[in-house]
Design a protein around this ligand. Structure first.
Ligand code: ADP
Ligand code: ASP
Ligand code: MG
Length: 409
């Protein structure tokens, strides 16, 4: 009889100490011996290790994310944890072999930024599985056509795991982490947040891209595209996790399922722009040529034929964005000027039921007004409302919105 194949991904805290790695080995054994499954393991670096490596690069004075060496350095964290995990699995009596990105063939382009996986070669893990050996894959790493390491962006081991599950069809992917599942708000911020039984891929995608770092948003995108069943659960306690599914009965009745926040964006405002066609095109072409990822955009009419455009970008790209825009203004949009504000937070309210129910935005604004929290920018999708507020209000805003939408009967 063919055994079910599952991918098990363990995050940084789950492999954070030797004792935790031993617990991971026991968990792997449970999937194999008690649940009768075949497994591929994916691990993150031990918790804090990627931050430590970034800090070391800063200390030698060169932490440019476009630099090849930066990624050779960062990839080393997962080399350590994958080998340690393979050792621990062997110590509980199973066979295991750690594999780095080039040993599997997790191919990406050779841009040294946040890379996308282009191809996963399944032949090596498949042959190990056939020999009864558990492949323990280093997450977060890719390899380019020159054989150099690339990396997949912070939280990228989630994407490694989903890409492997997608490459082996009909394979479930368990994301083992330090919380029991996906919660109705960041559990560290809102003490009343509840673990959710299920979420749709689209809800999870909106949450992940709005700051709920429990899953990297690219991993959710990939899972959605390839219909990989995802289960987010704890490596610390035995508890039912959260399932990410395409749809579930009654989902349209759940108007708001979760609230998230992020404080790592900058707001850039360009004032006194001539209110004529082509200005927004120039501004956003300049940003895109500098590889700056723009999130929210708002344009409003200013006074006497001059407009105001605000947008948000990742804080780490804020200074570059301001530099390239200043250059553009000097050359082509004279009389305009720029403000950069890092003191902002984005709060997002997400729920499938918003497709069918009107009035959620009005409730959000009403609650924030009552708390005297000023809304600076707004954007919406079919199932999400995001707003920008001053960062000092972020946690309070999450809690009052949670109370209104998720704690009352
Ligand atoms: P790992 O190291 O396992 O990849 P992460 O730190 O990347 O774990 O993600 C798990 C963390 O995500 C949790 O500890 C939690 O603080 C945070 N988090 C933020 N929002 C949520 C949410 N809505 N549900 C669950 N966890 C969340
Ligand atoms: N180690 C990487 C990080 O800290 C990747 C991951 O944990 O998923 O971002
Ligand atoms: Mg993570």
């Amino acid at each position: 009889m063919n055994k079910e194949l599952v991918v098990l991904k363990f995050g940084g805290t789950s492999v954070g100490t030797p004792a935790r790695i031993v617990a991971v080995a026991e968990r792997v054994k449970d999937h194999i011996e008690r649940q009768g499954q075949q497994v591929i393991v994916v691990v993150s670096a031990m918790s804090g290790e990627t931050d430590r490596l970034i800090d070391l690069a800063k200390k030698v004075g060169n932490s440019k994310t476009s630099h090849r060496e930066y990624h050779q350095l960062l990839a080393s964290g997962e080399q350590v944890s994958s080998a340690l995990t393979a050792l621990a699995i062997e110590a509980v009596g199973l066979k295991a072999k750690s594999l780095l990105a080039f040993q599997v063939g997790i191919q990406t382009r050779s841009t040294f930024g946040h890379n996308l996986i282009e191809n996963v070669d399944t032949s090596k893990p498949r042959s190990l599985l056939e020999q009864g050996i558990i492949p323990v894959v280093a997450g977060f790493q890719g390899v380019d056509s020159y054989g150099d390491f690339t990396t997949l962006g912070r939280g990228g081991s989630d994407t490694t795991a989903v890409a492997l599950a997608a490459a082996f069809s009909s394979c479930k992917c368990y994301i083992y982490t330090d919380v029991e599942g996906v919660y109705s708000a960041p559990p560290a911020v809102c003490k009343n947040a509840k673990k959710l039984e299920r979420l749709t891929y689209e809800e999870m995608l909106e949450l992940a891209s709005s700051g709920a770092k429990v899953l990297q948003s690219r991993s959710v995108n990939l899972a959605y595209k390839h219909k990989v069943p995802l289960i987010v659960c704890s490596s610390f306690v035995e508890a039912e996790g959260t399932q990410i599914v395409e749809e579930y009965p009654g989902m349209e009745n759940i108007i708001v399922s979760s609230i998230s926040h992020r404080v790592d964006e900058s707001k850039i405002t360009i004032r006194d722009i001539p209110d004529v066609p082509g200005m927004a095109a120039k501004i956003f072409k300049t940003l895109s040529e500098a590889n700056i990822v723009v999130d929210m955009i708002v344009q409003s009419e200013g006074q006497s034929g001059r407009a105001v455009i605000s947008c948000t970008v990742p804080q780490e790209q804020g200074l570059t964005a301001a530099d390239v825009l200043r250059e553009l203004l000097v050359k082509e949009i004279k009389g305009s000027w720029i403000e950069v504000d890092n003191d902002v937070a984005k709060i997002s309210v997400v729920g499938e039921g918003m497709r069918m129910h009107a009035g959620v935005a009005a409730q959000v604004f009403d609650i924030l007004a009552r708390e005297k929290i000023n809304v600076q920018m707004i954007s919406t999708s079919e199932i999400k409302i995001s707003i920008i507020v001053k960062s000092e209000h972020a946690e309070h805003a999450v809690c009052v919105l949670h109370q209104h939408f998720l704690e009352s009967a």
